[in-house]
Design a protein around this ligand. Sequence first.
Ligand code: HEM
Length: 235
Amino acid sequence: MSKLHHSRVPAYLDFTQSLTGLLLALFIVGHIIFEGSILLGPDAMEKMTLFFEGYYLFGERHPIIVTFLAIVISILFVVHAALAVRKIPSTWQQYRTFRNHMRRFGHEDTSLWMVQVVTGFAMFFLGSVHIYMMMVNPEKIGPYLSAQRVVEGWMWPLYLVLLFCVVLHAFIGLYRLALKWGWFEGKNYRRSRKIMKRIMRAAIAVYILIGLASLGTYVSIGLNLENTPVEKAER
Ligand code: HEM
């Protein structure tokens, strides 16, 4: 391996981590909205499910499309996580130095990095469980089947924690990417950074609210499944 090639590897890895992070964050921005279609009623969520199964394109349902999507997301997820762990201080010594640094400078953006480490770590487990379930049971998605999984399948506690982790992680990640790549920098760097932080906070609040409201709706449908006509609840 030439010297030049060697020195390019960290930059390449860094770029790949940013790119996979960007794609995952954009996926989540869409995901919470699509799955939040339940807020408009079971029929809206049913239409969304049909759309992702290619029904409007092929005239019949192909849940395998969802499996394919889940495989793509899993690959991004694994690559992103593998590249991210390299940056986590792996020894106590390093962690202590880091903590002292944080205390001394009181740098908010460094504590944002810490939030990324904690939420990212939690998602190794929580995210994997969910993606795998979606990958292997793509035909079991829909207003009533999802609600059943949320309540009877005891997914609501996992979703509740995962919601906070993923929303924080995605929007803090986008904010940090915007700073790193100098998007929307404008003339006054400090001012645009302040504005971006405000947008980040607002987006986190809005997405948590939509997520909580959707989860509450799935729970309420799930608790009332006995009163749902069988032909509606089953495919
Ligand atoms: C292609 C892959 C994915 C598919 C098809 C999918 C699909 C779904 C569906 C249908 C629900 C509704 C509940 C249910 O049916 O169990 C849901 C909920 C949820 N998903 Fe995903 N998901 C995917 C990937 C992810 C990933 C990668 C994350 C984050 C790491 C995530 C986070 C969540 C959260 C937090 C909820 C609960 C949302 C709420 O509180 O309203 N999902 N997902």
